[in-house]
Design a protein around this ligand. Sequence first.
Ligand SMILES: [Zn+2]
Length: 411
Amino acid sequence: MQDYVFTVTERFCRYVTIDTTSDPNSNTYPSTPKQKDLAKLLGKELHELGLHPIVDEFGYVYACLPANTKKSFTPIAFIAHIDTTSDCSGTGVKPIIHRSYHGQDIVLPDDHNQVLSPRDMPYLLTHLDKDIITASGKTLLGADDKSGLAVIVDMVHYFYIHPDIEHGDIFIVFTPDEEIARGTAKIDMDKIKAQYAYTLDGGALGTIEDECFNARALTLTIKGVSFHPGAAKDRLINPIKLAARIIDELPAQLAPEHTEGRQGFIHPHKIEGSATDCQIHFLLRDFDVRQLTVYEDLIRLTTEEVLKKYQSAGYHIAITEQYKNMKIVLDQHPQVMKLAEDACKKALVPVKNKLIRGGTDGSLLSFMGLPTANIFTGQQAIHSCKEWIGVEDMKSAVKVLVALVQLYVAE
Ligand SMILES: [Zn+2]
């Protein structure tokens, strides 16, 4: 790809200026209509590259770059998400390209308190003398996941100007509402006739991920005994205080603030209640699905222990499955990871296997019958005003996709 003039940077800078913040409190699909603005632009750009994309009412974009050879290729799909998180403003994003970075602190112009420093972001130093892109200080950048969109469209552009390079059917899917875990809520799997897929939504150069958490939500409802506080002596059982004791009795180390790598956790993230009853909302997370049951039992036993002294108090536990570790599926299809690693090697990108300490659309898709791993785009410090990305990382991701497509030739 020596002579190729990449289009990924200009596409990226165009996409980030369009506000696509999703809204977890909305009941519509997509959760915010503005996501369709970018969906339409993506449809237009894919159309200009000779594809016939479908932009549907829910904000999904589907397209296929059809096979250009009689040779037998396995059809694959590339997926990225259109929305950005509501944790940080996505309105009025101004991308700034910092040419040939020299290792200095970068003070963002619209808020001088927002400083990107290699002291807390050592990854910046891998971009010495290269271009990096930041926002201006008051908004996120949106590299999560507009870098994924830009990388995929640039790959299509590459094949558009190199019609001589043989490939099979390549399906392209851009989804809304990934950040609020609804990226596959209205997806039409019939439009994706691929055998395997990759999301383009990963971090550092060379990162390929095939594992995410197993996730359950647990709601513990504690019933107390309410009484007028003036006449409550020896009668009131305050469930708010019981809730506080239960949380306090759970192992302190089994918490997101004390775990990393392969360790799981119990995370009480919301509490609501009155002197009558009180609810604690927990997130249970672990790479080993059996551990989730261990965490459930731990909460149950701790609750019974705390409530032992209060005959009139009671409790109830409700559990919701959220997502599962996609490795369970991907282990049955080792070629998905193997070919991604081979593609990195072909593109001279060092491979790093990493774990996703969270969920991903790839997990949901894998369990819907489309084994899906995750590939890097270079996005850094996501969900914050300090979000940034290296131009060379995005170009490397394009190179990896171009190599990967060609590896799916059937033997
Ligand atoms: Zn993302």
